[in-house]
Design a protein around this ligand. Structure first.
Ligand code: SUG
Length: 445
């Protein structure tokens, strides 16, 4: 049964801001305290979705999460009206308010990890919600992501939506940002589940920055998705890469079908990994690897050429949707030009402006969750999440109606912002026909 890849992009939420929340994510750290523009951020994201849809590639959308997360603040002991909760947390613990106000759910590569029905033991599409245990502001995402994915993929005969992996940091899972699926005609697809640290095995990890994904979580995903053991590889993210600012695998590697584009500091023991892939996938597998000499990790982290979307076009060739930052820096740009010149399926590179997201460390690849669906599976989804011109127009009008064009960290305490955001999200669930997926829609806040 033929499958099509759908890129589920996260709509940027109305509280998008620069709070400096992610140690090891250099862009998040360096833009802390800057004034953001949520409206521009959401429109940039929507433009990217339109661009990808116009290429003839499957495009869909996932909604933002309710922020500020008043329910989390109440669970932490802040009582009273919304206004009182926000005023008190702002005075007592401004950092906690930042954490509970992040629009980080926009980076849907971290929302979950999926396996298409062609690869799984029971022939269903499996998707596991990421627990995002490494960062408090992201742990908050799991519950809403689960509700949203259950609503979209509600047909249990075709889809298995798994809740976030249980426990604390032992099974810390960052979603598809650490997963690469490679496939060539006539051979079983290969799944790379990368990880940065192990809970129970002594492994040398990074020195400076946190490793977010555990080996144990990666194994759990492969089990849950009922993947054949021969189809799974578990490479370790290079500690030097993480210390250089590659907090997720997708900062230094991206794959699509039979093509892999990577930096030599993406994984430990990269040569044996490539040899194994070549062996399993055969002669049509192609890769392009950047050395640190050609492209220092610092340049790869700044320009984000690997945080691109590599997309298969209707004619079977591939294109790269890269952030404009990778064109502005000579070395990332030269690398992408080399990719174009070499013997592989990539024929075009498009540079898009998603700068509002990039300033928090999220390039084109972070903004999307890839889900492969057969036509029947696609038809079983009843929510209005697949992008067409009408939905794009509705979303644009919705953004222009509800979003502010400037947000400083002190604005997070403004009760009007909370009201605006929840009103906008409530309306969005009707536009996307999702039902009541948000906590505030189910019981009084
Ligand atoms: O988890 N940034 C996100 C960026 C996620 C990028 N995703 C992928 N690489 N797939 C993170 O570090 C920063 C928010 C702030 O600082 O305000 C943030 O959460």
């Amino acid at each position: 049964m033929t499958q099509r890849e759908w890129n589920f992009d996260g709509l940027v939420g109305p509280t998008h801001n620069y709070a400096g929340l992610s140690p090891g994510n250099l862009a998040s750290q360096s833009h802390e305290g800057n004034v953001s523009n949520p409206r521009e951020a959401a429109l940039q994201g929507l433009e990217k979705m339109r661009f990808v849809a116009d290429l003839g590639v499957g495009q869909a959308v996932l909604p933002p999460h309710p922020r500020p997360a008043l329910r989390a603040l109440r669970a932490l002991g802040y009582v009273g009206s919304d206004e009182e909760v926000l005023a008190r947390v702002f005075t007592e613990n401004e950092h906690l308010l930042r954490l509970c106000s992040s629009a980080a759910a926009m980076w849907t590569a971290n929302a979950a990890t999926a396996a298409p029905s062609s690869d799984t033991g029971d022939g269903r599409m499996h998707i596991t919600v990421a627990n995002l245990q490494a960062m408090f502001h992201r742990v908050l995402e799991g519950e809403t992501t689960h509700a949203v994915l259950r609503s979209i993929f509600s047909d249990e005969r075709r889809f298995a939506v798994h809740p976030p992996l249980p426990g604390g940091g032992h099974f810390a899972d960052e979603g598809a940002a650490n997963h690469v699926r490679l496939s060539v005609e006539g051979r079983p697809a290969m799944h790379l589940f990368a990880w940065g640290r192990s809970t129970w095995h002594p492994v040398k990890g990074p020195d400076r920055f946190p490793a977010r994904q555990t080996l144990e979580a990666s194994h759990a995903l492969a089990r849950l998705h009922q993947l054949h053991p021969d189809a799974c590889l578990f490479p370790q993210q290079s500690p030097a890469g993480i210390d250089g600012g590659a907090f997720h695998t997708d900062v230094l590697a991206v794959g699509n079908e039979g093509f892999l584009m990577l930096h030599e500091e993406a994984f430990v023991a990269v040569e044996p990994l490539l040899a194994t892939l070549q062996n399993r996938l055969g002669g049509s597998f192609r890769w392009v690897m950047a050395s640190s000499r050609e492209l220092p990790v610092s340049e790869a982290v700044y320009g984000y050429p690997f945080n691109s979307q590599v997309l298969t076009l209707p004619d079977g060739t591939m294109c790269i949707v890269a952030p404009v930052e990778s064109r502005q820096r000579p070395r990332p740009r030269a690398f992408l030009e080399r990719v174009l010149a070499e013997d592989n399926p990539v024929r075009q590179v498009h540079y898009l402006d998603v700068r509002q997201s990039m300033n928090n460390g999220g390039g084109p690849a972070c903004l999307r969750q890839r889900i492969r669906l057969t036509d029947e599976e696609r038809a079983a989804v009843k929510a209005r999440v697949f992008l067409d011109a009408a939905l794009a127009a509705d979303l644009e009008a919705w953004i222009r109606r509800h979003y502010r064009d400037r947000l400083a960290v002190r604005d997070l305490a403004d009760p009007a912002l909370a009201r605006e955001s929840l009103t906008a999200l409530d309306e969005l669930t009707r536009i996307l026909q999702l039902g009541s997926v948000y906590d505030f829609q189910q019981s009084p806040r």
